[in-house]
Write a protein that binds this ligand. Structure first.
Ligand code: PBE
Length: 290
């Protein structure tokens, strides 16, 4: 293009330079001003509704609740067709190794910053089953560990994946179980949420504690029920509390009635997740519905 044409194409600078943009469809229009979400009971679902309120530029947008499998199905289909899509996503999760994805910047921190997964136990567990309490208190691992179990489970099942991880990570398991007196068949009701990362930790703990002579029942429920079960003592322990932001509403409601043993996993994260080919980097770049 010649210099003269270039100048002509740029137009004057009196404010009408946006003509070409008006014809382009915005990402909002392309995705129908819709974010594809997961289960209604998930912490991230509540946070997404908060985000829709907090970001003025998300006026008129809606969250389409579904399930984790439904969200993955929509994401997979969009990527196959190279279409735009925005989903509620989180780490650790295998979708980041299966697809080329990015998490949109969230300058208001509506979906939380760096998150942790905490261990909670019921009041009185320390007195009733002190050795088991110690194992639960010591338990911690890394995102890579969770990912290994999740990946193996996708080819087999969580019990097989947990057994394999335990076999390959004796040192870590020994750190949690060193010096522990064996149980005599007492029951541990281990409450968990239903997501893969939480099924991974619960499946590993189940086998570790089984080996120590306890009967373990893993009970997958919604986050609200999980917190309630620990608070009422119907459940003994959970490795699945997503804090400080994701499950904050449930935590606040029950914090007087639960014992928080702190983080077992660092470096988890929530966000609006898009395929890497989409030309957008921040939630703030989305446009309100016209
Ligand atoms: N998650 C995975 C859960 C906690 C861990 C982000 C989907 C939630 O939103 O409650």
């Amino acid at each position: 293009m010649s210099a003269a044409l270039l100048l002509a194409a740029c137009g004057d600078d009196t404010g009408s330079s946006d003509n070409s943009n008006e014809k382009e469809i915005s990402i909002g229009e392309e995705v129908g001003y819709t974010i594809v979400g997961i289960e209604p009971g998930a912490g991230i679902t509540g946070l997404t509704y908060d985000a829709l309120e907090q970001y003025e530029n998300l006026e008129g947008w809606t969250l389409q609740e579904s399930s984790t499998a439904g969200m993955i199905g929509s994401l997979d289909q969009a990527i196959r067709n190279e279409e735009p899509i925005i989903v509620t996503g989180w780490k650790p999760h295998w979708k980041f190794s299966a697809y080329d994805l990015k998490i949109l910047d969230d300058p208001k921190g509506a979906l939380g910053g760096e998150e942790y997964t905490n261990t909670l136990v019921r009041k009185g567990l320390e007195e009733d089953l002190p050795d088991l309490f110690t194992v639960l208190d010591r338990f911690h691992w890394e995102p890579e560990d969770v990912e290994q179990v999740m990946l193996e489970a996708s080819n087999s099942d969580f019990d097989t994946a947990a057994a394999e991880w335990i076999q390959n990570n004796e040192d870590k398991v020994n750190e949690w179980t060193e010096g522990i007196t064996k149980g005599g068949g007492e029951e541990l009701k281990l409450i968990t949420t239903t997501w893969d990362s939480e099924l991974a930790s619960s499946s590993v703990m189940k086998q570790v504690v089984n080996e120590l002579g306890y009967e373990v029942n893993v009970i997958p429920v919604d986050p609200a029920i999980m917190f309630q079960a620990i608070a009422t003592g119907e459940g003994d322990a959970s490795l699945s509390a997503a804090l400080p932001t994701t499950h904050d509403a449930f935590y606040k409601k029950h914090k007087e009635d639960i014992v928080d043993l702190g983080e077992n996993l660092k470096g988890t994260q929530n966000g609006f997740v898009v395929p890497a080919y989409m030309d957008i980097d921040s939630i703030e770049d989305l446009e309100p519905k016209k």
